[in-house]
Design a protein around this ligand. Sequence first.
Ligand SMILES: *Cc1c(COP(=O)(O)O)cnc(C)c1O
Length: 447
Amino acid sequence: MTDAVSRQLFERAQQVVPGGVNSPVRAFRAVGGTPRFIASAHGPYLVDADGNELVDLVCSWGPMILGHAHPEVIAAVRDAAGRGTSYGAPTQAEVELAEAIVERTPVEQVRLVNSGTEATMSVLRLARAATGRDLVVKFAGCYHGHVDALLASAGSGVATLSDAAALATPASPGVPAATTAQTLVLPYNDRAAVTAAFAEHGERIACLVTEAAPGNMGVIEPGVEDGEHFNAFLARTCREHGALFVSDEVMTGFRVSRQGQYGRDGVEPDLMTFGKVMGGGFPAAAFGGRAELMQLLSPVGSVYQAGTLSGNPVASAAGATTLRLLDDDVYTRLDRSADVLRSAVAEVFTEVGLPHVVQSAGSMFSVFFTPADVDRVPDYATAQRQDTAAHAAFFHAMLDAGVYLPPSAYEAWFLSTAHDDVALSRIVEALPAAARSAAAVTTAKRI
Ligand SMILES: *Cc1c(COP(=O)(O)O)cnc(C)c1O
C-alpha cells in the first residue's frame, strides 16, 4: 500500500501548519509513521490521497455515526448551503436542532456553540456564575476540550503527548497555574476521593464535570457500588454540597443510545454538554440544562456567551438531519456490530497470548494493551500501564491491511450504521496478523 501522496502532503503541511496537523492526535506521533491525508469518504470507508480505501474505525472521532456522505445528510447540507451559509441572525434550522436535543435529553434549554471545547468552557462560566463559587472538580484522564481550567491531567491527545501529567498542575505550558489551581483533579471511579474533596472544599466547589462515560483515556466504565451508579453518586454528592453536576456528553451524546449516556444510567445532571454526533460532521456543539440555569445567560441574564457562527444554518441542518435518522433501531444495529468486533478482538488476542482488556459504553469501546495482571481498567493510572509499543505495532499492521484505527492507545473505536458485514469482515480478517505483530513486540507478558 503506497502512501507517497500522503507523505508529500505531510511535508508541505509541516511547512505551514505546526506538526502538519490542525489537531495533535492526527499527526500519528503516538504510533509513528506518516498520517494518511484523506481525499474522500463514503459509508464505512475513507479513501486516502493515494487512492487506498480504508475501513474507518475513527468516524471523525464519533460524529459520523451514519457513515460518511450519508445521502440524506448531504442533501440537507446542499439544500441549506444553497440558501446561504451564514446570516448572523436566527434561523428555523437552529430551533429544530435545539428542539431535537431537548426532546432526547433532560435539558430544558440549550445554547448552540461551535465546538465541544466551547461548550465546556461556557458551562464552567455558567456554573460559577450560578453558584458564586470558583472551584471545579474533574477526573484524571477525562478530556473536556482544550479549556485552560480543564487541561489538568487531561485525556485524548494530551494523554499521548505527556506522560508526566501530574494532578492539578497544568497539562500544557501556557495554562496559568493560577487557573488550574481552581481545578481539583481526582481519580475516576474513586468515591472516597470524591467524598474527601467535597468534605474539605465543598463550600467552594461550583461544579463537578465528568465525561458521562469516559472515552478519552480509552473507554472506562462508570462503576456500580451497592447498587448506586457512579454518576448517581456524583450527582448526589454535588447536590449535598450545593455544587452543580455537569455531565459532558460531547462524545457519548446520541452515540451510546438515542439519549446518550443519560439513556443508559438515567442520572439527571444539572448541566450537560454535547458535540460530535449532534453536528453531523460539522462544527456544532451545545450546552444545556434546566431553564432556570440557562436563563442566566445573555440576553436574558448577565452571563455573557456569544458566537459569530453559533447555530450555523448548514451545521444545524446536518445535525438535525442526523439526529432525525437516529432511531432506536440504529443503536440496536450499532450494538450488534460492536459485539462482533469486541468478541473477534478478544478471541484473536487470547489466541496469540496478547494480554488485553476490552471495555465498552454501548457501542463505543476500546482495547487496552494492559499487562496480564490487569483485568479491569477503572481509571487513568491503570490505563497508563498500557504497552504503547504493542499498540503501535497493532495499529500499523491493521493500517497495512486497510483498517484505519484511532492512532492512539487512549482512544475509543467508533462504528457507524454503514459498517455492514463486508466492512466488519475486512476488520475481523485483519486481526490475527496484527495481533501477532503486537505480540511480537509486547513486554506485557513478561511483567
Ligand atoms: C471531543 C470532546 C470534547 C471537545 O470537543 P471539540 O469539539 O473537539 O472541542 C469535549 N469533551 C469530550 C468528552 C470530548 O470527547
